[in-house]
Structure formats: structure tokens, C-alpha cells
Design a protein. Structure first.
Length: 124
């Protein structure tokens, strides 16, 4: 469990970096997802610490874990939702800008579907 709590932020970092690059290295765009990722990392670290402090006969449903575990998953979900939405928004805006140059809409739908699927797969 502890390793998962620290691998997921790495996946979030990659996702945020991809958004940062797509938005022309604009720090203001990724400020919200970065703040959410940091909050998720803090909550995950507290969960890992609380889990490591449990004794053999203690219940994993302690009061502090009942607060921090939902926070961890909520911030992780929010980060994924923000980044995926920002990437889709950028792709949509760029595709609208070059709409007159296209002869088909198929490629736009394919890119949008792949982007959303990529975001969903990281959240699982």
C-alpha cells in the first residue's frame, strides 16, 4: 500500500508535465493541478505513516485514517480531472483554430478519445 501511495504521484507528475507542455509551458495553467497533487501527496504520506504505526491487533479503520484516506483519493481524483480537462480543452481550442484546414473530423475525435482514455487509465 505504501509504495502505491508514492507511485501514483509520479504518474500525476507525468500527467501534469504533459499538460504543461501542451499548454506551451504556461505555469499558471498547471498551478491548480500542482496544488492538488501536493495535497494528495501530503495526505498519502499521512496515510502511509498511520498505516506503519498500526500494531498487529489494531483496526485499519482508525479515526485518522477515515479522514486522510478519502482526502488522498479525492485530491488524486481532482488532479486527474483537472489535468484531463485542461488537455482536452487545449486540444479542442487548437482543433477549432485549424478547422478550416481539415477535410475530416475523424482525427479530432480520435485524439479526444485517446486523451480521455489516457486520463482514465492513470486514475485507475
Amino acid at each position: 500500500m505504501q509504495s502505491i501511495l508514492h507511485i501514483v504521484p509520479l504518474l500525476r507528475y507525468i500527467q501534469i508535465y504533459r499538460c504543461f507542455i501542451i499548454w506551451s509551458r504556461n505555469w499558471w495553467i498547471v498551478a491548480g493541478p500542482i496544488a492538488s497533487m501536493v495535497a494528495s501527496f501530503v495526505a498519502g504520506s499521512v496515510v502511509a505513516k498511520e498505516l506503519s504505526n498500526l500494531k498487529g491487533d489494531e483496526d485499519v479503520f482508525s479515526a485518522s485514517l477515515l479522514v486522510w484516506v478519502p482526502l488522498y483519493f479525492s485530491f488524486s481524483f481532482i488532479t486527474n480531472l483537472l489535468v484531463t480537462s485542461l488537455i482536452c480543452l487545449r486540444l479542442w481550442r487548437v482543433s477549432r483554430g485549424v478547422a478550416s484546414l481539415r477535410t475530416t473530423t475523424r482525427s479530432r475525435r480520435t485524439v479526444a478519445i485517446l486523451t480521455v482514455r489516457g486520463g482514465v487509465m492513470i486514475s485507475l
